[in-house]
Design a protein around this ligand. Structure first.
Ligand SMILES: Cc1cc2nc3c(=O)[nH]c(=O)nc-3n(C[C@H](O)[C@H](O)[C@H](O)COP(=O)(O)OP(=O)(O)OC[C@H]3O[C@@H](n4cnc5c(N)ncnc54)[C@H](O)[C@@H]3O)c2cc1C
Length: 300
């Protein structure tokens, strides 16, 4: 699935093929801001906050990156206009990281500046390990210019380097979203064994929660969630001091349960026309999702 997520031909086919597009609705909140706002209203009504993600990982020219900046400015304006409770998540490749890191920094800065003006928050997503260092470098520059509650970063527990990165980022300090990691990585850089990824997740979670900074614990794994709740309780870290984060369409029951228990829950809401790589990564995470798609495919 991760291999297929990078196949251009399949992407074109899937994007044009109506039945396939319909099946993405479980994980993708439509193709434009309007539909994403509607999805977020529903989440807010269920006691969850949200974060927007405009899907467009295939940006290849400076002109396209400008389009992304405009889109995110429209999103930040829409949040203010509609009063929904949401912030935004950005991917630096969307802003030109692959061909001009300086351009990616300038574009990301424009979004962070707009968020600062509006009192909102930008989370810089983490992509594959080839861009981990440059993403962290750009984040540090942004964090040097904007405050703790305006820009934050993501770290992935499957990477061997992450515990060190957590410590380095906390010394700034900075707000972190901790996730396991969604890309196909070689064993030299990432733990191949799920048990190691999970152990590292718990180690990093503890460092984050102890820091006193507001972090996002992003996972649907009930073991990780239980470990977080227990640690927070033991250390006297109140429910208002961190948030759980989950993906749109994944474990809705768990999202609602945690919100009912009084935890802050934020849902990552992707929308946009280029949903293909994101959608394929979600299928890759869980074989049952492939059956879900196949079943719907044959139902028409
Ligand atoms: C809010 C948020 C933001 C994220 N941002 C990033 C990022 O910036 N960079 C990055 O690399 N990754 C990101 N991810 C993805 C993350 O790295 C994992 O790939 C993904 O969350 C699955 O890991 P898990 O912690 O849920 O644990 P897993 O061990 O993968 O899954 C635990 C259980 O969760 C459920 N589950 C997990 N995934 C799915 C799914 N797709 N469909 C249905 N059920 C599922 C299943 O019940 C599964 O048994 C993000 C995840 C979240 C929740």
């Amino acid at each position: 699935m991760l291999f297929l997520s990078r196949r251009e031909g399949l992407k074109d086919f899937a994007t044009r093929f109506k039945p396939f597009r319909r099946m993405t609705e479980r994980f993708v909140a439509g193709e434009d801001i309007r539909t994403a706002v509607a999805a977020i209203r529903e989440l807010n009504a269920r006691g969850c906050t949200a974060t927007f993600d405009h899907l467009n990982e295939g940006v290849t020219s400076p002109a396209e990156t400008e389009g992304e900046v405009r889109e995110y400015k429209r999103v930040l304006a829409a949040i203010d206009e509609t009063g929904i409770r949401s912030n935004v998540s950005i991917k630096l490749t969307q802003f030109g990281l692959a061909f001009d890191p300086e351009l990616a920094y300038r574009n990301a800065r424009a979004i962070v500046e707009e968020a600062a003006r509006r009192g909102n928050f930008v989370r810089v997503d983490m992509e594959d390990s080839q861009v981990t260092q440059v993403t962290l470098d750009i984040f540090r520059r942004l964090r040097g210019e904007f405050d703790l509650n305006t820009v934050g970063i993501v770290l992935q527990s499957y990477l061997r380097r992450t515990e060190t990165d957590v410590q380095a980022v906390l010394s700034i300090p900075a707000r972190v979203r901790l996730c396991k990691g969604a890309y196909n990585e070689p064993p030299e850089v990432a733990f191949p064994d799920k048990r190691d990824v999970d152990e590292n997740y718990v180690r990093c979670m503890k460092l984050l929660l102890k820091s006193g900074v507001y972090h996002g614990i992003a996972t649907h794994d009930e073991n990780m969630i239980r470990a977080t709740k227990e640690f927070a309780e033991r250390e006297g870290v109140g429910k208002e001091k961190f948030e759980f984060q989950m993906l749109y369409g994944v474990r809705r029951d768990l999202q609602e349960r945690l919100a009912r228990e009084g935890y802050n829950v934020r849902v990552y809401v992707p929308y946009g026309k280029t949903w293909y790589p994101y959608f394929m990564r979600r299928l890759a995470e869980r074989p049952a999702n492939v059956w879900f798609v196949m079943k719907n495919f044959f139902k028409g």
